[in-house]
Design a protein around this ligand. Structure first.
Ligand code: IMP
Ligand code: MG
Length: 179
């Protein structure tokens, strides 16, 4: 039987194990290192969901990498509300810097679109996007995604930073909602 967890009233089953996630993050980080070729970088982590992905990526990046945070909210329960609110502005100056925006998941694309627009207003030297997960069938807007860990079906997932009503972020594996 697959590993299962219960969060609040919902049951989830194993979707991607920690080993597969770690291997993918390492491969992405190697690609990022190669592409930036020693240039200093700001890793801009979208709170809260991307905190683990960003921390694991950071292990492999160069010593001059800056870590910054930004917080937005669009999801309520298991649904995208369609509206994005900024809860915390970027914690370092982005002007003239190479910014890599780090997201946990791109679903409808509403959040990324909002963030990209916001960040371009700060006049970065460049802006790229890394997302651990992408749900291509849920996309409602064309979005730029430069580094994608896994493309997944349009199902609700939790773990490795992603939550259901704030639970599940501490799980080391990813789990999917049981039908
Ligand atoms: P979007 O704006 O619809 O692309 O949604 C992006 C945000 O919604 C992500 O940053 C997550 O915080 C949240 N989200 C989307 N899908 C899921 C999911 O399957 N599980 C947990 N959070 C999700
Ligand atoms: Mg998020």
């Amino acid at each position: 039987m697959k590993k299962e967890v219960q969060l609040h009233d919902r049951h989830f089953e194993l979707f991607l194990d920690a080993e597969a996630i770690q291997a993918k993050v390492k491969a992405l980080a190697e690609q990022i290192r190669k592409d930036y070729d020693g240039k200093p970088l700001v890793l801009l982590c979208v709170l809260s969901g991307a905190f683990r992905f960003a921390a694991d990526l950071a292990r492999y990046l160069n010593d001059r990498t800056e870590i910054a945070f930004i917080k937005v909210q669009s999801y309520e329960g298991m649904m995208s509300s369609g509206l994005v609110r900024e809860q915390l502005a970027a914690t370092v100056s982005l002007s003239g810097k190479h910014v890599l925006l780090v997201e946990d998941i791109v679903d409808t694309g509403t959040t990324i679109r909002f963030l990209v627009e916001k960040i371009y207003q700060k006049a970065p030297a460049s802006l790229k996007i890394a997302t651990l997960l992408l749900k291509p069938d849920a996309l409602k807007h064309p979005v730029q995604t430069d580094y994608v860990g896994f493309e997944i079906p349009n199902h609700f997932v939790v773990g490795y930073g992603l939550d259901y009503e704030e639970q599940g972020r501490c799980l080391n594996d990813l789990y999917v909602l049981k039908a």
